[in-house]
Design a protein around this ligand. Sequence first.
Ligand code: GLC
Length: 754
Amino acid sequence: MAIRISRRDFAKVALSSLGLATRRVLIVAALAGMTAPGHAQGLPPDAAQVKARATEAKMTDDERFGLLRNLMVVNFKTRKRDDRVPKDMPQLAGWTQGVPRLGIPDLLFTDASLGITNPSHGRVGPDGKPDSGTALPAGMAMGSSWNVPAARRVGAMLAAEAKQRGFNIHLGGGVTLVREVLGGRNFEYFSEDPLLSGLLGGEVVAGTQANGVMATLKHLSMNNQETNKFRLDARVDPAAHRESDLLAFQIAIERGHPGTLMCGYNKVNGAYNCGNGPLLQDQVKGQLKFPGFIHSDWQAVYGWEFAAHGLDMQSGAQLDEQEWFDEPLRRAVADGKVPRARISDMVRRILYAVYVSGIDKWQGPQGTPDLAQHQALALDLSRQGVVLLKNDKVLPLAPPQKATIAVIGGFGHLGQVLGGGGSSLMEPIGGTTLDVRLGGEGLLARVPNIRLIAPGPVQALQEQFPDATLVYDDGLFPERAALLARRSDVVILNLIRYEGEGYDNPSMALPWGQDALADAVLSVKPGGIVVLQTGSAVSMPWRNKAGAILQAWYQGQAGATAVAEIIAGKTNPSGRLPVTWYESVEQTPRPKIVGAEIAPGSADTMVEYKEGAEVGYRWMAKTGKEPLYPFGHGLTYTRFAYSDFVVKGGDTVRASFTVRNIGDRPGADVPQVYLTDANGETRQRLLGFDRVELKPGESRNVTITADPRLIARFDGKANTWRIGGGSHRIVLGPDAQTVAASANVTLRSRSFGR
Ligand code: GLC
């Protein structure tokens, strides 16, 4: 068994003949159908299909076509409310009139992945004040937790806060893979890997629907950049698409059984997502056998023909050039251009999703969520989502008595960055301490703003170090910050970058001269601590002068508490990168965002995703490059050892091993199992993982049974998965680059599934 410990922290992964496991844990990675379809209040799928057909048969055409669109409901000063919407309808993303005589409820769509939003406080809440909700940390933090069971709790929380407002369809579940390190919306997504994103997204959906609210997965598909997304054509080999972004959807659909999917703004291989027959009809409804309905993103429909190519509902219909799925589609049916059977199919899919998720069983505001429990969940996810990237024995911090601790930059005296901009941005409970409106253009003009929430770093660190003197410097002048650093015992740089929907990042650099600030401060105070609040990986030219670097992403409702606890050692960091942290953008398939030079919407953009399914760590393996920090990387204050790595082949890969906490404090590890070579071809795939919490000395046996689709290639012609048989190298490690143990196994050559 070849064992090579690469340059990573050798001590972290020490192979030894350690004692037997204290308990066996069977982890079955992403095998289909892990959760039975149908939900707490819903009908089993077959019964839902029967009832959908029966109800549809009784409907008039007006009732049928009325279901095929939703209207956006906003109370913005800048946008007139649609007068067709009932006066008492609260602000929400989308409203579809139901059919009371047939027991079909109004459909009330609410955003989004990180909580129940209320843009510009356009809605009054259950307490009569401007509505607010529990704000979760960024999707990237959820991804960094690698905590699949926690994702289900997130779904339950989202459902409870949606139901309290009477909203019955939740527009979360962003499982788009992070392909562009410069992508402005990366913060909202989970990861670059289809297994990690699929499991987390599927569990959020399962948790949401188990609590009686219909869930969504989005954005179908390849909505990997914001730049010119309305006129962007994403070119990707269809088979590679199946092995990457669509595999994330497939895994999530099988685990969560979402009632609906949202198709995104861009084109894929020449056709708009929402009017893309090969994608919606052939791949998603045909090959993936998705039984629910597909609704468009808002302002993503360009004609009635989209109905003939697989779209079932036009969202925010009044935003498009026409309400295509009303009169124009009715005329197309009358003219025989669209078969009536297609309209029946659209309606039945919507009704199937209603019945299987059980939202016809309740209407109006329901229940009183346990907000303290939701706040605790948000804080827990924050704690588990912070990634300790570097630690030269600086953390946990043990400052001298009466220490002076300098906190520099990032509005650290006011708050922590709540989240990224756009449709996922929350109005948090308790409100924000500052909204810095950055301004923008078009429908997204109000979107870019830095929203800060208390406690900020200064307050949270003071709580952790009560006898220290916290001194804040705004970081506007590196020279001044350096002078403070010189006379301080401890320096903590708090560096931020706004990111959000509608905009990509022009480079990996931090804005506002923060790199110069960091360099000036760390030059006088090498070994200082750096906390990053960004939505994506950033370049860090000053990193060799830093003693410790923490990636906090955006922290949501919990503010800076989790980060301060980790700095103080009260919480042991356990976050692992869900994306590759590149040395520079030159290491990626596209060193620049394609189309950045044109005025948005003024011309077509084509992006050739030549990397195909080799996204992130897979790309680094294929090109033989080494990132700054690999996918899966994250340091902790204890140490873990792996032993007894045994791998079996045959139809798929089964790996078992023991993880042991060989350090002196409790902690969580995320051992990962990868395919790295298939019959001599370099191909890296995450096959499975587990998040294991262990006390000092405790060990646990983990078994990973890989979903064979993660090992196989997809044969687009034969429309089947193929494992090429022969020798496959399997690696166990704490990240995508470090080999703690490896083994070669033989797999049987075979084709299977769709
Ligand atoms: C937005 C987003 C989508 C969101 C929808 C409704 O533009 O792309 O994620 O759910 O519109 O607000």
